[in-house]
Design a protein around this ligand. Sequence first.
Ligand code: NAP
Length: 296
Amino acid sequence: MAAQLIKGTEVSKAIREELKQEVQHIKEKYGVTPGLVTILVGEDPASQSYVRAKQKAAHDLGFYSVQDDRPADISEDELLKLIDQYNKDPKIDGILVQLPLPKHINETKVLYAIDPSKDVDAFHPFNVGKLMIGEPDFLPCTPAGIQELLVRSGVETSGAEVVVVGRSNIVGKPIAVMLMQKGPGANATVTVCHTRTRDVTFHTKRADILIVAAGVTEYVKGDWIKPGAVVIDVGVNEVGRTADGKRILKGDVAFDEAKEVASMITPVPGGVGPMTITMLMKNTVRACKIHHNIKE
Ligand SMILES: NC(=O)c1ccc[n+]([C@@H]2O[C@H](COP(=O)([O-])OP(=O)(O)OC[C@H]3O[C@@H](n4cnc5c(N)ncnc54)[C@H](OP(=O)(O)O)[C@@H]3O)[C@@H](O)[C@H]2O)c1
C-alpha cells in the first residue's frame, strides 16, 4: 500500500495563516510589527530567488521587511558594520544573511556578529548552545520544519527509534539534538549516520522515523526502510531542467520504492522545503515578542 504523503506545502500554509493572525494581533494590541532584514551579497541567481521568497513571505505576513542588496566586492569590514547597524535598529527583529558569501568574506565571523536575539536562522553559537541544553529561543529553520511536520502529522516521537542520515550543522546535528530532548515532539532515541558509519542500512532498517539529509540523490532505497516507518526526505538535488527551464528536483530517498514500504513520507518537492521559510517567519515573530517582552 502506498504511504500517506506528509504535505509540507499544506502544513506550511496553515502555519503561515496562524502567523498572519498573530502578527495582526500583536500589531493591534501592542503596536509593534515584526521586522526582518535579508542581506544579499552579490548576484547569485539561486540566492536571489531564495531571498525573494523570504521577502515575499515576510510581506504577505504583514512584517516590516527590508531587502538589503550589496555588491559582491563589499569588504568584510563593511558587511560587519552593516550588521552592527541592523543590530542597533529597533525596527529590525531578525537579521538574515543569505549564504554562501563570497570567498573573501569569513562566513563564521559574519554569522557570529549578528546579535543572538536577532539570529532568526539560529546559527549563532549562543543559540546552538541553548538548543543543546534544551532551552532554545529559536530553533534552526529546517529542523524546526521537520519537527512541525512530524507533530502536525500525528507521528509519535516519544520512545521512537529515530535514525538521521547526515550530520551537518544546519540539518543532521540539530534535528538529532531536538528529537532527543525531553519534551513534547521529542523524547526519541536517536542514531546519527554519516560517511564513516560502518553499515548505514543496518541503522536505517530499524528506524521508526528515518530522516535523510545526505545530499545524495535517491541514496536511500526502498529495502533500507522498515515497513511502516515514517520517512522524512530533506534532500533537494537538481537532476535537470524542464524544457521551459524549471528545475527538476529529487530527494535523498528513492521515492517510488520508499512509498511502497513507508507508512508516511515527505515528497520532494513539497515536503520539508516549504517549511524552512515558514519557520524563519515564525522565528522573526518570536524575536519581535522577545524584544518587546510580549509573553503570550
Ligand atoms: N529542504 C530544505 O529546506 C533544505 C535545507 C537544508 C538542506 N537541504 C538539503 O538537504 C541535503 C543535506 O543538506 P546539508 O546541508 O545537511 O548537507 P551537507 O552539509 O553536505 O551534509 C551532508 C551530510 O550527509 C552525510 N553523507 C553524505 N553522503 C553520505 C553517505 N553516502 N552515507 C552516509 N552519510 C552521508 C555527510 O557525512 P560526513 O559528515 O561524514 O561528510 C554529511 O554529514 C541536501 O540535499 C540539501 O540541499 C534542504
